[in-house]
Design a protein around this ligand. Structure first.
Ligand code: IMJ
Length: 255
């Protein structure tokens, strides 16, 4: 029997076919999940509709998580259509460009606000709203990165945002556990996605990981997808508040 038969999962953060959210959606669909995908704005609409067409019965909805109104509207529309959720995947982050290519000490108040708002607060907002559509309990998942706990060149304010996101996973897990809702994060190794576009030295970071990670390779998005399917399924029923590393072991290394 497929892992996610008769399960409904909302996936937020598909930008194109290379997004980690896309690899996650593909793994969830393969395991039998019914999918709802959100897109950020009109610019993303067509791409996400095309992606959704490849999954049986997937539906698409607009939602920019920087807007309380749009988050409210999304969950109100899902509720009015009688949608109940078993899972939510949050694969969304944003920091202003200038905060990713100069010294961290130059981070502005507004740059800090934007990064923390879009990359960390948004998970709290959608977790709360999604929990209202999970009468049978469920599984909430977000994506993080090692830059939350180690200094990774140029990751800067995103590292601070991911630290807040990982702490939010633990507080949400404590709040929602009594309702049968689990909350976890996957810390993925570096992958060349739209989120890595224009990041200085990204190719040399990938080379270093391939040479040094215990499994001697970079993260394949499908590895993240399979771990997400596990965390969305009952196979992980005893796991909540956890950060699961899907990085071919890179995070265990010292110098
Ligand atoms: C991003 C910046 C610096 C170093 C980085 C990354 N490394 C990795 C990433 C080493 C792996 C990708 N990553 C894990 C992210 O969370 C990326 C977030 C991001 C990327 C951009 C690029 C374009 C932009 N804003 C962004 N905001 C967040 O304008």
């Amino acid at each position: 029997m497929p892992l996610l038969e008769n399960r409904t999962v909302l996936v937020m953060g598909v930008v194109n076919r290379w997004s980690l959210a896309h690899a996650i959606a593909a793994a969830l669909a393969r395991e039998g999940a019914r999918l709802h995908l959100t897109y950020q704005g009109e610019r993303q609409r067509e791409t996400v509709e095309q992606v959704a067409a490849a999954f049986p019965q997937a539906r698409t909805w607009p939602c920019d998580v920087a807007s309380d109104e749009q988050v409210q509207a999304l969950f109100a529309r899902l509720a009015s259509e009688g949608v109940e959720l078993d899972g939510l995947v949050h694969s969304i982050a944003f920091a202003q460009r200038e905060d990713l290519d100069r010294a961290f000490e130059l981070t502005s108040r507004e740059g800090f606000r934007v990064a923390l708002d879009v990359s960390a607060y948004s998970f709290i907002a959608v977790a709360h709203a999604a929990a209202g559509l999970m009468p049978r309990g469920g599984s909430l998942l977000t994506l993080t990165y090692l830059g939350s706990e180690r200094v990774v060149r140029n990751y800067n304010v995103m590292g601070v945002a991911k630290a807040a996101l990982e702490a939010s996973v633990r507080y949400l897990a404590a709040d929602l556990g009594p309702r049968g809702i689990r909350v976890n994060a996957i810390s993925a190794g570096p992958v060349k996605t739209a989120s890595a576009r224009g990041i200085r030295d990204f190719t040399s970071i990938l080379d270093q990981v391939a040479q040094r990670a215990p499994l001697r390779r970079i993260t394949d998005p499908a590895e993240v997808g399979d771990a997400a399917a596990f965390l969305a399924s009952d196979l992980s029923r005893g796991i909540t508040g956890e950060v699961l590393y899907v990085d071919n072991g890179y995070h265990i290394l010292g110098v």
